[in-house]
Every structure is written in structure tokens, then in C-alpha cells.
Design a protein around this ligand. Structure first.
Ligand code: ATP
Ligand code: MG
Length: 405
């Protein structure tokens, strides 16, 4: 006879997560969304002995394919949501466009983190910027454009040249048009079908950086070091994290800003906050992502806990300890482009040549079709010194046909 006490780490007494306290069944953690972030969450959860359930309409979704359970319905399908809640002890999300009302429904039945309110803010650029202002963190000068009157108003605000961004559903630079004058702004808003937008002043960027933190339901917070990010055509290309990659004062400022943004919405879960550092050395916040982030993938190989480990811990109500980076790191994003040669013919990247380099860690997301600009995987490079890591990362980039950085 055995006692029916779970072998899994669980937080008895964690508010709302009573089902973690004792159970002979393996506990299941649920996730809304089946993309690569969900897949890496599933891997982390399974490493700690949890079962996982993924809700995603796509039969081939990267996370659905590796999860114990894949519920294949729309994100708002009541039967799918009910099934997810029925089998999961707690539920998280892996992309910010999960409909907030679906999270609200789930939250009636199970602990959900991050909560619908925080996700709703991150889903809408105007609400997001208002939240930053409320938290005392400066962002780029902007105007909300929801009507022709507001568009004319915006023209008097010294925001050009600027970037017109749809208020909702933007990612990887999609739904954005660079506008240099009034005529271009009018044309761009027409092209975007006059949906609600935000016009942002184009800022002189020196570089970009981001902070990933994890906050428990009890308010305890830990964070990773600040990442330095290089974007190309609106998509993250390279992340670098090592001693001396950013001035210490900027790092402190970014971490303090990210913490106050999280506290301002009583955030629970993993949060990424992206910043612009301007040519004059000042820093403004760009946006927040209520989930692990592409710029945090280096944590899988360069830190003693990854951003996905912390997502599991926050969801399960487990203790958080400050993560430690044990190796300098560079992450190269592997976009579908590298599966095509100069003549647009399909080819397989030369993984053998890349993996022959020391300290390379290849992560592929199991996507069956390579398309240009599609995130297919990433390559982490770790090593004993910054020089070693940079040398290897540049060699790997050359082999793969990724522009040097
Ligand atoms: P993500 O995939 O990160 O959610 P997104 O589609 O929401 O991206 P943004 O982060 O708004 O897009 O912008 C993408 C990139 O475009 C930024 O990382 C930056 O390089 C550039 N960019 C955006 N806004 C500005 C600005 N106001 N001034 C200068 N560059 C900008
Ligand atoms: Mg961005």
C-alpha cells in the first residue's frame, strides 16, 4: 500500500492551486497556444514530471506534437476550454493574442497566469502605452488613431517621421507601416483598413534590449540579466548576453522599469519588457510580452534555470530563486530564409558544420514547412569567454548564411 501523495513538487497552500497538494495522478499543466514557446514550456514541465495539455486548433502545432494531450479546438470554443480546465491543475498562455475572454472563462475554474487583465493590456498598444505611463516608465511619443479626426489631430503632434502600428494583433513587425509625411500617413491608414492604430514617433535607436522576469502569485520576483537584441526587418535576429554588453546603469534602469510594469498589474508568470536605447543614451520602453520571449531563449543553455522553468514554477506555485547565468551567450534566430539558397531553391542548412563548432546548441521547433521570416528554431552559443562565443557565433552565422552582427 502506498499513500496517495504526489511525488511531484506542488505548493500545498498556494492560493487556488489546492489540487497540487496531494494526488496519486500525475498533475497536468495546461497551456493556451501550441507554438514554439508552448513547446519549450511543455519540455520544461515534463522534465519536472508534470503532464501537459495544449489547446491549439492546428493538428501540427509544435507544442501539441510533444504534449501528453492536445485539445484541437479554437481558443474560444467552450467545449475545448472546458476540457482544458477539466484536465489541468493550472493554465498558462504562450502567445499574447489568446482572447482575454477565454482566459477569464478558464480563471473561473482554475488558476490562470498571467491573468486576463495583464494579457488584455499587452494585446492593445494604446492600453499598453497607457499602462507604461501609469507606471512612470517613458515610452515613445505617440497618438491613438481610431478616427479621421484623431488622425488630423496626430498631425499636429510632431510624430513624423513615424511608424503607424495596428493597435491589435501585431507581431514580428506585422501590421506596421513607416510613414514620413502626412500623405504617407493617410495612405497607410487606408491600407490598414482604418482599424484602430497607434502612431509612434520614429526614434533614433542606438540599440535594443529586453528584460525577462518571473513573478509569483505571492508577488515574489526574480529576473534574468538584461538582453541586448538586434532586430532585422522588425524581427529579432540576434540576442547577446555577457559581461560588458550593456552599461551597468542602463541594466539597473531596465530591470527597475520592468519590475514596476509587472507590479503595476499585479502580474503573475513570466513577463518580457522590451526597451529602446536612444542615441542620446536615454531609454524608453517599447512593449511587453506576457509570456516567455524569443530574446530569452539563451537561458535554456546559458543559465541555471530557463525562462520556461520559471514559467512552470510560477504556474505551479513553486519557490522562485534568482536565476544565474553561468556562461556568456549569443542566440541566433533561425528563420525559414536559411532553408533557401540564392536562387530560392530549398536546401537543408549545414547542421553538421554548425554542430562541429564547440558550444553550439541547436533548437528546432518541429515545424514541417520552412517559409521566409518564419521562426523555425534558434542556435545558442555558449563558451568559456566572450571572445570564444563571439567567434563561434560568427562562424555559425557564416555557415548558415545569416548576416554578421
Ligand atoms: P514583436 O514581435 O516584438 O511583438 P512588434 O510587431 O510588436 O514586434 P515592435 O516591437 O513594435 O513590433 O517593432 C518591431 C521593431 O521595429 C522594433 O524592435 C524596432 O527595431 C523597430 N521599431 C518599432 N518602433 C520603433 C520606433 N518608434 N522607433 C524606431 N524603431 C522602431
Ligand atoms: Mg517587439
Amino acid at each position: 500500500m502506498t499513500n496517495s501523495v504526489s511525488f511531484l513538487p506542488g505548493a500545498s497552500g498556494t492560493s487556488g492551486a489546492g489540487s497540487f497538494a496531494s494526488s496519486s495522478e500525475p498533475l497536468t499543466l495546461g497551456v493556451m497556444g501550441g507554438g514554439q514557446l508552448g513547446r519549450m514550456f511543455v519540455h520544461a514541465a515534463q522534465t519536472m514530471g508534470y503532464f501537459t495539455a495544449v489547446l491549439d486548433p492546428d493538428a501540427q502545432s509544435p507544442a501539441g506534437r510533444v504534449s501528453h494531450k492536445h485539445i484541437q479546438t479554437d481558443y474560444t470554443d467552450p467545449s475545448g476550454l472546458k476540457e482544458l480546465a477539466a484536465c489541468s491543475a493550472a493554465i498558462t498562455t504562450e502567445f499574447e493574442n489568446v482572447p482575454a475572454p477565454a482566459l477569464r472563462e478558464l480563471a473561473k475554474l482554475r488558476p490562470v497566469s498571467p491573468g486576463a487583465d495583464a494579457v488584455a493590456i499587452a494585446q492593445e498598444r494604446a492600453a499598453e502605452k497607457a499602462h507604461f505611463v501609469k507606471c512612470g516608465v517613458p515610452c515613445a511619443p505617440y497618438a491613438v488613431i481610431e478616427s479621421a479626426v484623431q488622425l488630423e489631430d496626430a498631425l499636429s503632434k510632431d510624430l513624423l517621421p513615424g511608424i503607424l502600428k495596428t493597435a491589435r494583433m501585431g507581431y514580428d513587425g506585422k501590421g506596421q507601416v513607416r510613414v514620413k509625411d502626412a500623405a504617407a500617413l493617410h495612405a497607410a491608414w487606408q491600407d490598414l483598413k482604418q482599424v484602430p492604430c497607434v502612431l509612434e514617433k520614429m526614434l533614433p535607436l542606438s540599440f535594443e534590449c529586453s528584460v525577462i522576469l518571473a513573478r509569483g502569485r505571492d508577488g515574489q520576483m526574480v529576473n534574468f540579466p538584461v538582453q541586448r537584441n538586434l532586430h532585422r526587418e522588425g524581427i529579432l535576429a540576434v540576442t547577446e548576453v555577457y559581461e560588458g554588453h550593456l552599461p551597468a546603469a542602463l541594466q539597473e534602469q531596465a530591470v527597475a522599469a520592468a519590475r514596476s510594469i509587472a507590479e503595476g498589474v499585479n502580474y503573475a508568470g513570466v513577463l518580457c519588457v522590451e526597451f529602446f536605447v536612444l542615441k542620446d543614451g536615454s531609454m524608453v520602453v517599447n512593449e511587453m510580452a506576457p509570456r516567455p520571449h524569443n530574446s530569452g531563449h539563451y537561458t535554456l543553455d546559458a543559465c541555471d534555470q530557463s525562462q520556461f522553468d520559471l514559467q512552470v514554477r510560477t504556474l505551479a506555485g513553486l519557490p522562485l530563486t534568482q536565476p544565474r547565468q553561468h556562461s556568456p551567450a549569443i542566440m541566433l534566430n533561425l528563420l525559414g530564409d536559411i532553408w533557401f539558397d540564392g536562387n530560392s531553391a530549398m536546401r537543408l542548412p549545414d547542421w553538421s558544420a554548425v554542430l562541429a563548432l564547440p558550444g553550439t546548441h541547436l533548437h528546432l521547433y518541429g515545424k514541417t514547412e520552412a517559409r521566409r521570416a518564419r521562426k523555425m528554431g534558434h542556435l545558442n552559443v555558449t563558451g568559456a569567454s566572450v571572445k570564444e562565443v563571439r567567434d563561434v557565433a560568427l562562424k555559425a552565422a557564416a555557415i548558415l548564411g545569416i548576416e554578421a552582427f
